[in-house]
Design a protein around this ligand. Sequence first.
Ligand SMILES: *Cc1c(COP(=O)(O)O)cnc(C)c1O
Length: 281
Amino acid sequence: MTAYMDYKDLANETIDEARAGRIADGVHRVLDRIARAEMLNGREEGSVTLLAATKTRDVGEIMAAIDAGVHMIGENRPQEIATKIDGLRYACGQRGIVLGANDVETVESLDLTDDPEALDHLPLHLIGQLQSNKINKVLPDADVIESVDSLELAHKIGRRAAARGADVGVLLEVNESGEATKSGCDPDEAFELALRIAEIDGLELQGLMTVGAHVDDEAVVRRGFAHLRDLRDRVRDSHAEGTEHCAELSMGMSGDMEHAIAEGATIVRVGTAIFGERAFK
Ligand SMILES: *Cc1c(COP(=O)(O)O)cnc(C)c1O
């Protein structure tokens, strides 16, 4: 377990109004940045989804972001999902929202509606590295695992998902910057890998993901994002088995979302610009 979880109660549900107000302001600022970047780059309005990166944030902070207009959340660690999921599902249920995969039971227990399928669905993504011994921990909750970067991991996830009888969405994570500290597969191997992953039972390959280069040079950052877009296009245009759902480009964070949107991002993953600096790494 990560050390900060000993210092912060991530299941906490109540935050003060001032903190909730700052989070709402953060969400609105980010949604404005997204809308502006869509407009400036000739992207269709609403074609980019804001995923709130919620690592180190508690249930109360996350619900403040959802109340302010966030429609997708991403967690990095299976243990954090386990700590927060019950509180988040209950609070979402009270708002008529089904959180993550397989949440119909929670919603039924709240007795909100005769037709749980008609409720809004707020997807939960795993965006951090996944060790194979944690796959079963995340599968009941995550709609999409964005951090698949090897055939071995993909096969393991596919086997477990197929055994549960429910396909899980996956994105192939590509290390476009080549920075040694980053996870993700080699860009030169990504195309073949995507085609192999697309064929695996239990998985639905929904697209590609990357973390932008950690440099100030806009051209370098954009080159990585552009390469990911090109890769997505080639995978989809291959018409190989299972590639028909390969549409998403999850790229861009607090510091580089405009560049990512300019290069075709469909999901931007934003933490700091919504919630402020993280007190814990
Ligand atoms: C933390 C994180 C983000 C968000 O980063 P910010 O700079 O706080 O916006 C996005 N993607 C991944 C994989 C992350 O771990």
